[in-house]
Ligand binder design. Structure first.
Ligand code: ADP
Ligand code: NA
Length: 353
């Protein structure tokens, strides 16, 4: 029996940006590399979640491949972690149905994420068709509404004990915990394990173009984000035009100097061992005499230096033939399928299915 079972997922959104890397992928690699021999780790490309909004089939296929290549490139290792696509393990969808029969509509309707994806106010009522028919809001799909139930199924399927996620997912994790407890209570057995949340230690990486917003793949401005595969030239170019301010010198203050502080934070993320805080990094390396141009050069060099290996590994992974890559993915998926079906069998037996 494994000590800790760690599960997390990421949508197939193509090549990850620096926020995805520092906020999700890199913490996963750290968990993997610091894991005890009897820990079990699963990292899933959650393509069933991706289809809660309309997807182009060839793009989805491409993005799944790029995310898998990114997994390998950042150092997730199929010998240490189970790396697989969610749609390759049918038990996710089956457990989701089972959990749907216990999940509270009222609780789900209070979740904020589907509202933000539909650009609805946080107090919107999902069953009020006059709001969901608003011109700028797409019609509410059942899958988007019940997204947290699928997420709960993903986690609970493996008796996960620890889930590393960003702060924005804390609400969904609490939903999964409560669902597990309710479910166990109604079937009179400890079938599901309420998991612990590990909130990502990294500060949010902010947009280079608008540093009061988080760096995001959905931002139409491609200069707002650095991809983990960006060349040295691209990294320098994007950072050179990053929005800063007209204050003299370099100092750290997230409120008054969001652009400058975001650049310092990014640099600190790659030098956490050398400095105690981004403030200290700013003090030790820069000062009132440093030009923002010099700061940007230094940040760009640091990012480039640290991403070089990832970039090369990504290109290697992408040059693997489709057959070879799906071979690696299939092996992991087989292991996931075994674990999942054995747990699901126990759950179904207890329910009389
Ligand atoms: P996006 O905002 O680009 O759509 P997702 O919401 O798909 O990214 O997030 C994928 C993962 O990356 C999540 O674990 C999320 O917490 C993390 N993440 C996304 N953007 C950032 C960011 N700007 N800073 C830190 N972590 C981020
Ligand atoms: Na540190």
């Amino acid at each position: 029996k494994p000590n800790r079972i760690i599960f997390s997922g990421i949508q197939p959104t193509g090549v990850p940006h620096l926020g995805n890397y520092l906020g999700a992928l890199r913490p996963w690699v750290k968990l993997q590399d610091g894991a005890a021999p009897d820990d079990q780790l699963l990292f899933s490309i959650v393509d069933l979640h991706a289809i809660t909004i309309k997807q182009d089939s060839s793009l989805l296929r491409q993005w799944r491949k790029e995310m898998f290549a990114s997994f390998l490139a950042v150092g997730l290792d199929p010998k240490k972690s189970i790396l697989y696509a969610q749609s390759d393990v049918p038990a996710h969808a089956e457990l989701m149905w089972i959990l749907s029969c216990s999940a509270s509509m009222g609780y789900l309707s209070r979740m904020t994420q589907w509202k933000s994806k539909m650009s609805l106010p946080s107090n919107a009522n999902p069953f009020d068709t006059s709001t969901s028919k608003k011109k700028d809001a797409p019609a509410l799909k059942l899958g988007l509404f019940s997204y947290p139930v699928l997420q709960a199924a993903d986690i609970l399927l493996y008796k996960t004990t620890h889930v590393p996620v960003g702060e924005d997912q804390a609400q969904h994790l609490e939903f999964a915990r409560e669902l597990a407890i309710t479910f166990n209570h109604s079937f009179g057995a400890e079938l599901l394990v309420p998991p612990q949340t590990i909130i990502s230690p990294a500060k949010r990486v902010m947009s280079l173009a608008e540093p009061t917003k988080k760096m995001s793949k959905s931002d139409p401005d491609v200069k707002s984000r650095i991809l983990i595969t960006d060349t040295k030239e691209k990294i320098h170019k994007k950072i050179r035009v990053a929005l800063t301010d007209s204050i003299q010198g370099v100092s750290y203050n997230r409120e008054t100097r969001p652009g400058v502080s975001n650049l310092i934070d990014i640099m600190y993320h790659f030098q956490e061992e050398q400095f105690t805080s981004p403030e200290q990094l700013a003090q030790d390396l820069f000062g009132p005499e440093t030009s923002l141009k010099a700061l940007k050069e230094k940040v760009a060099d640091t990012v480039d230096e640290h991403l070089r290996e990832v970039r090369e590994a990504f290109n290697n992974a992408m040059s693997m033939g489709d057959a070879e890559m799906s071979g690696v993915a299939r092996e992991s998926a087989n292991t996931a399928n075994q674990l999942a079906s054995s747990n699901l069998k126990t759950i179904k037996a207890q329910m009389g299915l």
